[in-house]
Design a protein around this ligand. Sequence first.
Ligand code: RIB
Length: 337
Amino acid sequence: MSRITIKDVAREADVSISTVSHVINDTRFVDPVTKQHVQDALKKLGYRPNNVARSLRSGVTKTIGLIVPDASNLFFAEIARKIENYGFQQGYSVILGNSDNDPAKEIQYIHTLLAKSVDGVIFISAGAELRNFKQFADSNIPVVVADRVVPVELADVVLVDNEQGGYDATRCLIELGHTLIGCITGPNDLSPSMQRLDGYKRALQEAGIPFRSELVVTGDFQIQGGCDAMNQLLQAPERPDAVFVCNDMMAVGAMTSARNAGLAIPADLSIIGFDDIELASAVSPTLTTIAQPIDEMARYATDLLIQRLSGRRKDANQRIILKTTLIERASTARRKP
Ligand code: RIB
């Protein structure tokens, strides 16, 4: 069945093509009787706008691409939903690509989004694969990099102060009297994880607490990774009495492992996470964590991109570093004497 065109609607309603176009796009006054007549014809024929034709004419698709490393991680699910909301409010559709932490899959999504002629992209990297990012640079479409540093000067950037967040998490445990403090990091090639570990080290050093490498275990930012890393920490010759976990998904897994090992949280072991995903306030005990400003990150990333798409800003030279906030809940307590 061939596609219904504006011409078909004009014939059905016995009006000019321009009148139909003005009714569809609301671009000038059309008398109510004629307007209703056209609307009845649109409905009767089942007219659907031809966005491909429209974008070929205008050169824009009013579509934003968003690539995230792991759509099952609630941090990315929450930031994706907010980006979609902010984009929709400003007339843009969002196409989500999940790279599954895989640079090879990430490059496929970059090609797909470019092939679909998205107007711009918000990009959260799966890892330090600079070559992937250069695809955007070669395509000249505006890009905003969020959450993870991509070492190029070709995009606006929206990050949080991860080092300060790691420092604040560790400082919270030190002020509760803990000195045997473990750390479960995310993947070693990701900037947020390494920056949080730097903050952990700075807080220990400032308090005169020796850094002990056997109390630092590498995780993968996922629940099972947190389980496995905590099991490894609990095998240490001297188990920690507090642990800073570099994201909430791993912290939830770490709590499960600690409980399975017969430890009460926080009486026997204090745990603090990072992100403040919705789950953090739903687990028992509720998770003390470092809150990332997820809504603010989403709003900045979307606004910076749309500023460039609408021509309100030409150069990609914005670098936004947002602050995190300590949220004290029930998974941390003063060290037992
Ligand atoms: O939970 C996923 C983690 O990876 C978050 O801390 C976020 O910062 C991202 O880098």
